[in-house]
Design a protein around this ligand. Sequence first.
Ligand code: GLA
Length: 387
Amino acid sequence: MKETVLKRFEEVFGDRNGVKVFFAPGRVNLIGEHTDYNGGHVFPCALTIGTYACARVREDKKLRFYSMNFEHLGVIESDLEDLKPEKEAGWTNYPKGVMWAFGERGFQIPSGMDILLSGNIPNGSGLSSSASVEVVTGAILREFFGFEVSNQDLALIGQFSENKFNGVNCGIMDQFAIAMGKKDHAIFLDTADLSYTYAPVKLKGAKIVIACSNKKRGLGDSKYNERRSECETALSELQKVVDIKSLGELTQERFEQYKSAIKDTTRVKRAKHAVYENQRTLQAVAALQADDIDLFGQLMNASHVSLRDDYEVTGAELDTLVEEAWKVEGVIGSRMTGAGFGGCTVSIVKDEAIDRFIDQVGRAYKSRIGYAADFYVVEVGDGPAVL
Ligand code: GLA
């Protein structure tokens, strides 16, 4: 891969003088969905698929970007002194946003850059290709300009850029999972204070299989921000009767005790998901640590039901993938992953059932939805690196 991207860089930008190669992973969330902006817990892991980047500094202030995933767009130019989001700038709004965010944090970028990217995460699939681009950009800036930022800072800067430059009110999960990734481990993160531990992903003769619905979604135009504000309103209603800073502080019992303070049945469902999903995540991590993979799978299934019925972020495509997965013998658990409204599901499937799973779910999906899904047997990998 390193040689492939270097070769393309040379073709696009003339030579490879001063170029360094970087990688940042994609991520999959095992459980803890739509909890990260509710002060709850998440349990994602970095993948071995991700974004490769070649970069070098220029002598002027120009920025030239090229993506092997969008070759038809050619080289997209911009200027360091004029960083603003522009619709026609397409994917380059992500690296530009990170450059802007470094500036906001007091790290002045002294010179322009030539940057080429090539990702093997399916675009818009819910495996965080955009957060991967943000984190790889941060790693590039740190390496070339010597900025003193930790991997955790790269996550926070990435999230800040996505919120303030690209207008998506995402939580910290994606950037954190990518920047802090650790081979063969999932990250048990408390989004209330960013404390975290690594938990080995021991699946005892099973693997993580991602099914991509191929229904494209853009977080910006989805109902993501709407869900977030529904939760914020529900929280402020609850705060009139109970002293909490976030929904993540409530147990199921306390939620049931106080939920009548929420004055709208839809908002009760949204808040219920946030509270119950957080508690499920705590239980799921304990189950994995106790080697109770079956319980882990059941909690994944319950997570999907809650995202479907209470949070209402699944849709026909993700529901079909999950329902069909549940029918296959050897599937330990299956649920949608990421924001929802399209994107991917994550399933834990016994080794001997993987071929059958892909065949059976793939055929049923095609016949019910009308187009094909893609399947990836993935491995858990490390965070960003200079290659
Ligand atoms: C997207 C966001 C994350 C998180 C998930 C849902 O991936 O970027 O911050 O909220 O959706 O769990």
